[in-house]
Design a protein around this ligand. Structure first.
Ligand code: NAD
Length: 296
C-alpha cells in the first residue's frame, strides 16, 4: 500500500508543472522558441529533420545547393521554414547562411551540419582517385568544420547552442563503404570529439548521429552503380534487407528523432556523443567458428 502511494506521488510529480521547470520538456513542442539552420535540407534526412523541428516549435532555415527544390520544400513546410542557397564548400556561403539566420530570427540555437555526398570511387586503394577524395572531403569534412566554425562565432557570445552533424556507421568500421566516404565520416566523428572539448566551456554542445543505410537519393544513385538496370524498388529492398533489427528498417524520420533529442533540452548534458542509429548492426558480429557438427 505504501509502495502504491509512493507511485501516485511519483506520477503526480512527473506531470506537475514543476517538472518542466526541472528540465523535462513537453512532448508537444520540444524546440519552442528555438532557431535552427540545417545544411543539405532540400531532401532526405535534412528535410525530414527540418519538418520534425518545425512541428516541435522551431523556426528553421534550410540551406542547400538545390535552389528550386529547397524553395519548394520551404514552401511545403510552411511559414516557419525559409530557404537559403548555400554550398558548404564555400566558407562565405556558410558564413552568409549563419548571418542570414541571425538577422531573420535574432539568434541561432541549433546548427545541423548535415550536407554530405557519397562517391563513385573504386573499392581498392590502388585505384583511389585523389581528385574525388578531395571533392568529397571538401563537402563532408571541410563543409562540416566550416559550419561549426561560423555557428560557434554567433553561439559563443550567447553562451549556449547545440551543434549536430551527420556522421555514419561507415565512420565506425572499415569495409562498409568506399574508403573515401568512410574516411570522411571517421573524420566527422573526430571533429565532434575535438570541438565538443573546446566548446563546452562556452555552454555549447556538439554531437553527431551515425545512421544505418537509408534509401535516400544519393544512396540509390550509389546502388545503381553496383546494380545497373535494377528497379528502385529492388534497390530499396536490398538496402532494407541488409539491416539486422527484425521488423524495422532505418528511415529519415529515425534520424530526425535522434536529431530532435540531441537538439532539445532533453539532451542538455549530452556533448561529444555519437548517437548510433543502426538497429544494433555495428554491435552484431559473430566469430567465424565452424558449426559444432562440422568439427570432429
Ligand atoms: P540526400 O542526397 O537525400 O541529401 C543530401 C543533401 O545535401 C541534398 O539535398 C544535396 O543537395 C545536399 N548537398 C550536397 N552537396 C552540398 C553542398 N556542397 N552544399 C550544400 N548542400 C549540399 O542524402 P541523405 O541520405 O539525406 O544524406 C544526408 C547526410 O546523411 C549526409 O551527410 C550523408 O553522408 C549522411 N548519411 C546518410 C546515410 C544514408 O544511408 N542515407 C547513412 C549515413 C549517413
Amino acid at each position: 500500500r505504501v509502495g502504491l502511494r509512493k507511485n501516485v506521488y511519483f506520477t503526480r510529480a512527473l506531470v506537475s508543472p514543476s517538472c518542466f521547470k526541472m528540465g523535462y520538456s513537453s512532448q508537444a513542442a520540444r524546440l519552442e522558441g528555438k532557431v535552427a539552420l540545417i545544411t543539405g535540407a532540400a531532401r532526405g534526412i535534412g528535410k525530414a529533420t527540418a519538418s520534425k523541428f518545425i512541428s516541435n516549435g522551431a523556426k528553421v532555415v534550410l540551406a542547400d545547393i538545390q535552389h528550386q527544390l529547397g524553395q519548394e520544400v520551404a514552401k511545403e513546410l510552411g511559414p516557419n521554414a525559409t530557404f537559403i542557397a548555400c554550398d558548404v564548400t564555400k566558407e562565405s556561403d556558410i558564413s552568409n547562411a549563419v548571418d542570414f539566420t541571425v538577422s531573420k530570427h535574432n539568434q541561432l540555437d541549433i546548427m545541423y551540419s548535415n550536407a554530405g555526398v557519397a562517391c563513385k570511387t573504386p573499392a581498392s586503394i590502388v585505384d583511389l582517385d585523389l581528385a574525388v577524395f578531395d571533392r568529397v572531403m571538401n563537402i563532408n569534412v571541410r563543409g562540416v568544420l566550416a559550419g561549426i566554425k561560423h555557428a560557434s562565432r554567433v553561439m559563443i557570445p550567447r553562451k549556449t547552442g547545440s551543434i549536430l552533424c551527420t556522421a555514419s556507421i561507415t565512420g565506425l568500421m572499415g569495409g562498409l563503404a568506399q574508403h573515401t566516404y568512410s574516411l570522411s565520416k571517421f573524420a566527422v566523428i573526430g571533429i565532434v570529439k575535438c570541438l565538443a572539448a573546446e566548446l563546452c566551456q562556452h555552454g555549447i554542445r556538439v554531437n553527431c548521429i551515425s545512421p544505418f543505410a537509408i534509401p535516400t537519393a544519393f544512396v540509390i544513385e550509389e546502388m545503381r552503380q553496383i546494380y545497373p538496370g535494377a528497379e528502385v524498388e529492388k534497390l530499396i529492398e536490398i538496402i532494407h534487407g541488409s539491416g539486422t533489427l527484425e521488423g524495422a528498417h532505418c528511415e529519415p524520420n529515425d534520424i530526425a528523432n535522434a536529431a530532435l533529442y540531441l537538439a532539445s533540452d532533453d539532451a542538455r548534458y549530452v556533448s561529444g556523443h555519437n548517437l548510433v542509429v543502426d538497429g544494433g548492426f555495428t554491435s552484431l558480429k559473430t566469430l567465424n567458428f565452424p558449426a559444432p557438427d562440422q568439427v570432429h
